[in-house]
Design a protein around this ligand. Structure first.
Ligand SMILES: [Zn+2]
Length: 76
C-alpha cells in the first residue's frame, strides 16, 4: 500500500465517523525499511482504516544470513 492509499483510507474512515478498528489486516507499506541502531523499522497500514503502524525488528542475521527472518520485538 502506498502512503497516498493509506491517506485515502484514513479520510474514508473518518467520513464514516471514525469507528473503532481492530486493525486485523495490516499491509506492508511501499516505503523501504529504515534501519536504526541495529533495528529494522517496517511501516504497515491497516487495510480497513489506513492507520500507520511501525514494527521494529532486530536486524541481527540480516547481513550474514539473509534467509533468517528478522525477530519481531513489538510495535513502537
Ligand atoms: Zn484499522
Amino acid at each position: 500500500m502506498t502512503k497516498a492509499q493509506a491517506a485515502l483510507l484514513q479520510r474514508k474512515w473518518k467520513k464514516q465517523g471514525d469507528p473503532p478498528c481492530e486493525h486485523l489486516i495490516q499491509e506492508l507499506s511501499d516505503a523501504s525499511s529504515d534501519f536504526d541502531d541495529g533495528h529494522v523499522l517496517n511501516a504497515y497500514h491497516c487495510r480497513e482504516c489506513g492507520e500507520l503502524f511501525v514494527h521494529r525488528y532486530k536486524a541481527k542475521g540480516l547481513s550474514n544470513n539473509p534467509s533468517t527472518e528478522p525477530e519481531f520485538i513489538g510495535e513502537t
